[in-house]
Design a binder for this molecule. Structure first.
Ligand code: FES
Length: 100
């Protein structure tokens, strides 16, 4: 297990996200549920956390591909490949993602 700290749990409220740049990972709070994805679109190199979130879907800010935050699946073109997802661990008030 390779845990990467992202933020304090208290910094995430429903509808918000936090990200780190190295590696590019974003954690989204959707109605209290946390989802972590690699924060790079599989079409080109947009940061997905710069896009709109609609429920459990994030929309790429560059060309509009939609991805599932829970599965990483590419739900609409022009992206075809899924985005990587990570398990989220909340421990002692901190949010981590498991990069393994
Ligand atoms: S970079 Fe995301 S859809 Fe093109």
């Amino acid at each position: 297990m390779a845990l990467q700290r992202i933020c304090f749990r208290s910094e995430l409220v429903p509808g918000s996200w936090k990200r780190i740049d190295e590696p590019p990972v974003a954690v989204f709070d959707v109605a209290g549920e946390l989802y972590a994805i690699k924060d790079v679109c599989t079409h080109e190199y947009a940061r997905l956390s710069d896009g709109e979130v609609d429920g459990e879907t994030v929309v790429c800010p560059w060309h509009g591909a939609c991805f599932s935050l829970s599965t990483g699946e590419a739900l609409s073109p022009p992206a075809v490949d899924p985005v990587e997802t990570f398990a989220v661990v909340v421990k002692d008030g901190d949010v981590y993602v498991d990069l393994d």
